[in-house]
Design a protein around this ligand. Structure first.
Ligand SMILES: [Zn+2]
Length: 712
């Protein structure tokens, strides 16, 4: 039962016929039992709909509302919280006051809530920023740090005020400011954090951590969240953490180690100190072996192949077991290095290592096309795959189930990330390695290949303060590159951008990126729900695949956020149909959608060898030409590995939603009608865009045919 719902008989209630049967609460006499509850909806949503989450009781949420009959508001609250909503009537003015009170005091300390980092030196600031990006977390605290320190008589109200004042300007965590100003000492801060989190302080001083425990967690994870594993006891992994209630951190550790985690509160400085000591030692012990040296590919290859033959024979004698240390020193290392280097040199996006009955084939995907690069003796398959599994941190003994891993390599003095996935097939494990060229996503808007007029449209779509923007196209059509470029443009110090992606393909400084983790229950939809409580301005959802995600994304767009996402549809207008198919109400789409960008990648003709010719009659028809026109076709030269193409460029179709179109969408008008209107409004289709690229000699007609259907 809700204790708070009590009608006061001696007070005239603002009931009207409209609100009869709904309880009334006098907010001026009400105090929240749990201050984190309003954050179930977050400030933006609460203010937008003039409602405030008060209490949670089981699966029911008590919701103070100015207008308890506002179905749309109730619906939004239900969607965001997944709770049953029990609305109560409140006085509008008192509601505003309560909101100011609730969100004002908490806003001051939000940085502390999400970090609880103890002290930041100048030196650490850089590291801190890096961590922030990932570690911005759905941390739940019962009480505010400032209040606890006051109740412990560590500081007084005046000091808190001063610190909050400084925090407004400096962006530092409250704890760090209080320390710096000399209001509290570290002991006091830790004891307050102890009370705040309900987790006891653990003193890392002089603690010996066994090697095998340290190795459970990789360096990056440890630094990202400022944590260190300490011991294993009764099947639990005890982890010293600067923010021991960071759910993401705990989840990540659990997933990485397979252990249930017992978090312990520790001094962040001491954790970093310990980590530095451990990893410094390691760096000294381990010479750089990740750097791939320059290799004369052609000459080396024959030699390596022979050595491998010998190696394989040796392997066969020892009952096909693979010893890691043997492999480390084997020529296979050089072969694998060569494969990576060659893939980078040839601008491949993927490396496929395929097991066939009698051979192992290596193919690269270059400009979207698979190209065979070498065929190897079946015998080397096992050690080749084993080597790749070792460097990507996979279990080499496990060959029956698919595995995923990552490799970071320095090639030609540039850092590359590779995502590795293995799959058992009929004749052995198939390995696909995706090259994550971080710089590949690092394009400027002008490099995306927009025509001048398209760029103007794209800019105007992105300049909407709220609404949903969709990028559509099949896998590998460059949607991510477009989204990353847009986000980088939108990223400003005063804008909170949050993304949920699967996978996070590149990191963007200043953007909070979250990796989907289905096993841990972190889906597109659940991350979106959490985002809405974190006061974002711009949200990027990697992909809308289901109704739930679609609805929350659209709801977020309606409530004042700019939402970017992708959909799998063939053209821009079809995305409206796709959303309706998913079960989204047409009026919601009409009121939220601001623009759709459909795109495809076509290969660029190699400028060295492209051949000019006069378009044939049927080609003129496709290109809608009425007079003789010169266009180009591919030929092939050493420069382009004989393919006739080099690099790719995007073709776009940009749909901007006019008010007339909104009307049609909300009436659930046939998609053809909407398309006609879009064309009338001057939308250029994908084939128009391709035609333009052909006429400018950038691509060929065959490329156009491969990405768009021509009977339109
Ligand atoms: Zn060429």
């Amino acid at each position: 039962m809700f204790v708070a719902v009590e009608k006061k008989t001696n007070e005239p209630l603002p009931f009207s016929v409209e609100t009869e049967g709904i309880d009334y609460i006098d907010l001026s006499e009400y105090s929240l039992p749990d201050k984190s509850i309003p954050y179930l909806l977050g400030e933006k949503i609460s203010r937008k709909f003039e409602m405030l989450a008060l209490e949670k009781n089981g699966n029911e949420l008590l919701l103070a509302m100015k207008d308890p009959k506002n179905i749309f508001a109730i619906d939004s609250a239900a969607l965001i919280t997944s709770l049953d909503i029990k609305p109560v009537l409140v006085d509008a003015e008192k509601l505003m006051q309560k909101m100011d009170e609730v969100f004002y005091t908490q806003k001051q300390e939000q940085t502390v809530i999400s970090q609880a980092v103890l002290e930041i030196d100048e030196k650490e600031k850089e590291q801190e920023k890096e961590r922030e990006k990932k570690a911005e977390s759905p941390t739940v605290y019962k009480e505010m740090l400032g209040n606890i320190l006051i109740s412990q008589n560590a500081i007084d109200e005046e000091q808190l005020e001063k610190a909050l004042e400084i925090q407004k300007k400096s962006d530092l965590p409250l704890g760090a400011i209080l320390l710096r100003e000399g209001y509290i000492n570290k002991q006091q801060l830790l004891s307050a954090l102890e009370e705040q989190t309900g987790i006891s302080y653990f003193d890392l001083n002089g603690v010996e951590i066994p090697d095998d425990v340290i190795k459970l967690i990789d360096k990056k994870l440890a630094y990202t969240y400022t944590l260190i594993p300490v011991k294993i006891e009764n099947e639990f992994l005890y982890v010293a953490m600067s923010d021991p209630v960071n759910i993401y951190a705990i989840d990540d550790v659990r997933l990485a180690t397979g252990y249930e985690v017992k978090p312990m509160l520790a001094d962040g400085d001491l954790i970093i100190e310990k980590l530095e000591a451990i990893y410094k030692q390691e760096i000294e012990e381990e010479p750089e072996n990740e750097q791939i040296e320059e290799i004369d590919f052609e000459n080396e290859f024959e030699k390596v192949k022979e050595e491998i033959e010998i190696e394989v024979k040796k392997e066969e004698q020892v009952e096909k077991t693979i010893n890691i240390s043997d492999v480390e020193n084997a020529p296979i290392v050089r072969l694998v290095n060569m494969i990576f280097k060659s893939a980078i040199d040839k601008r491949a996006s993927d490396i496929h290592i395929e097991a066939y009955e009698d051979c192992v084939m290596i193919r690269f995907r270059i400009d979207g096309q698979l190209v065979e690069v070498m065929k190897q003796d079946k015998k080397i398959q096992q050690i080749l795959v084993a080597r790749i599994k070792i460097i990507s941190g996979l279990n080499i003994a496990e060959k029956r189930i698919p595995q995923d891993g990552r490799i970071a390599l320095k090639i030609n003095n540039k850092n590359y990330d590779f995502r590795v996935s293995t799959l058992p097939t009929m004749f052995g494990e198939k390995v696909v390695i995706r090259v994550l060229d971080k710089d590949g996503f690092n394009k400027t808007k002008n490099e995306l290949g927009f025509f001048e007029d398209d760029l103007v449209k794209f800019d105007s779509i992105l300049s909407h303060p709220h609404g949903i923007v969709l990028v559509t196209g099949p896998t590998g059509s460059g949607k991510s590159t477009t989204l990353y470029t847009a986000l980088r443009e939108l990223c400003k110090p005063n804008v909170n951008i949050m993304t949920v992606e699967d996978p996070v393909e590149a990191t963007i400084r200043g953007v909070n990126q979250v990796q989907v983790n289905v096993k841990a229950g972190l889906t597109f939809a659940s991350a979106l729900r959490a985002f809405l409580r974190q006061d974002p301005d711009i949200i990027m959802v990697g992909e809308i695949r289901d109704r739930e995600t679609a609805e929350i994304a659209i709801r977020a767009a309606i409530t004042g956020h700019l939402v970017l996402s992708t959909l799998h549809t063939n053209d821009s207008v079809s995305s409206i149909d796709r959303l309706i198919d998913m079960g989204v109400e047409p009026f919601l789409i009409a009121s939220s959608l601001v623009g759709v960008l459909a795109q495809r990648l076509v290969r660029r003709l190699c400028p060295k060898c492209k051949q000019e010719y006069i378009a044939k009659e049927h080609e003129m028809k496709i290109l809608k030409l009425s007079e003789e026109t010169k266009i180009y076709k591919p030929a092939g030269c050493p420069e382009c590995n004989g393919s006739g193409y080099k690099g790719r460029i995007a073709a776009y179709e940009i749909l901007t939603i006019s008010s007339e179109m909104r009307e049609l969408i909300s009436q659930n008008a046939p998609i053809e009608t909407i398309r006609q209107l879009a064309l009338q409004n001057g939308m250029r289709t994908l084939s128009d865009s391709c035609t333009r690229l052909i006429l400018e000699g950038i691509t060929s007609l065959e490329e156009m045919m491969s990405v768009v259907s021509i009977n339109e």
